[in-house]
Design a binder for this molecule. Structure first.
Ligand SMILES: Cc1ncc(COP(=O)(O)O)c(C=O)c1O
Length: 395
């Protein structure tokens, strides 16, 4: 018998991937599922990006690259930050990894460990808690409320800090809520960070998927000295419909990026060479594809919010970014739906899948029991059909 390690035993499978797996099984049996589980754009990666990958392969760029990513891709990322946020990162301050999830793992593995606390505002992206646990550090959740737009207040942060606090994980726009902090709100948080000496991991992967008047903010730029204690995380997965290419990055203080590069060199050697070439085309190429996808996501958001408002017993919130709706279904707890008693968000989601073939993810996985997450990175037709099913199921 091979024993399972303490580390592996402490890790839960990703709830969103598990929900997608259940839907896949039903689809394999020929059932039509309205699948709102996965956070990945349904668009094809734009043609000029795919063509750059083909050209890279044909030029023989099919070998190991430098551990931290090619100088060219790191320079392209540095140009992006200069142009979009006026912040200067040298290419040496950038580490390209196999997706932003891997970047977050490298960042946590290089900065926290047993005895340390990492502060996470909840609801939070499913992987944050497990990625912290894998380092031996513990996480401290700061609950936020729908009535406050799912945003943490500076006083909440101050109250959560202990002598063991090492890092704050921020995510704006947020997965799962779609909440986008304003610049002023982030400045107030930055002041607490500077006062208390916390480090910050700012996950800005949805920064270009923002709607209406909301704006994306690069946290590291907000106050002098903040960049010295901030790791900015992002990638191409969401902005360019490139989830399968696995390219994400971290930008931050040189000593931390060097330590993260050492970790990565032992784990995976380097990110995929062909995908790095594709990422350069994405970052340096025509950005109209980003705007086209953003406009479509905004239309879907409006559609989803209009339909959610019609669902009985559901409290929802208009998200300013990302491609998720996060809504309160707790008024249905205690009811029988589809022949099953609904006791929590997990039983709600199972009943919705079994009885209405609608696949949404339990809020409990995001640290917010009572809620469910719906990803609207799917067609308007699916959105209309699925929400119609959900409405009939709830009635
Ligand atoms: C908030 C957030 N951060 C990071 C990621 C990871 O993205 P990737 O590893 O595909 O770059 C995701 C993906 O769902 C996300 O929602």
């Amino acid at each position: 018998m091979i024993r399972i390690s303490k580390l592996a035993s402490s890790v839960q499978p990703s709830a969103t991937l598990a929900a997608a797996g259940r839907a896949r099984q039903l689809k394999a049996q020929g059932v039509h599922v309205f699948d709102f589980s996965l956070g990945e754009p349904d668009f094809l990666t734009p043609a000029h990006i795919r063509e750059a990958a083909v050209a890279a392969m044909n030029k023989g760029q099919t070998h190991y690259t430098p551990t931290n990513g090619t100088p060219e891709v790191r320079a392209a990322i540095a140009r992006f930050y200069q142009k979009s946020h006026g912040i200067t990162y040298s290419p040496e301050q950038i580490l390209v990894s196999n997706g932003a999830k891997h970047s977050i793992h490298n960042a946590l593995a290089s900065t926290v460990g047993p005895g340390d606390e990492v502060i996470i505002p909840a609801p939070y992206w499913v992987s944050y808690s497990d990625l912290v646990t894998m380092t031996g550090a513990s996480y401290v959740l700061i609950p936020t409320r729908l009535e406050d737009g799912f945003k943490m207040k500076p006083a909440d942060l101050r109250a959560a800090i202990t002598p063991r606090s090492r890092m704050l994980m921020l995510n704006s726009p947020s997965n799962p809520t779609g909440a986008v902090y304003t610049r002023a709100e982030l400045e107030a948080i930055a002041d607490v960070v500077l006062e208390t000496g916390l480090a910050v991991l700012s996950d800005e992967i949805y920064e270009q998927l923002i709607y209406g008047d909301a704006k994306g903010t690069c946290f590291a730029t907000l106050r002098p000295g903040l960049a010295d204690r901030t790791l900015t995380i992002s990638g191409v997965s969401k902005t360019y419909a490139m989830t399968g290419w696995r390219i994400g990055w971290a930008a931050g203080p040189l000593p931390v990026i060097k330590a993260m590069g050492n970790v990565q060199s032992q784990e995976t050697s380097c990110p995929c060479s062909v995908s790095q070439a594709a990422a350069i085309a994405a970052l340096d190429g025509d950005q109209s594809c980003v705007e086209e996808m953003r406009v479509e996501f905004q239309a879907r958001r409006d559609l989803v919010c209009g339909l959610l408002a019609k669902l009985p017993g559901v409290k929802s919130f208009v998200p300013d970014g990302a491609f998720y709706a996060f809504f309160d279904v707790s008024s249905h707890f205690g009811r029988m739906l589809g022949g099953k008693e609904i006791t929590d968000s997990a039983s709600f989601c199972l009943a919705a899948l079994d009885s209405a073939q609608v696949n949404v993810v339990p809020g409990a996985a995001f640290g917010a029991e009572g809620y469910v997450r719906l990803s609207y990175a799917t067609s308007r037709e699916q959105i209309r059909g699925g929400l119609d099913r959900l409405e009939r199921f709830l009635r």
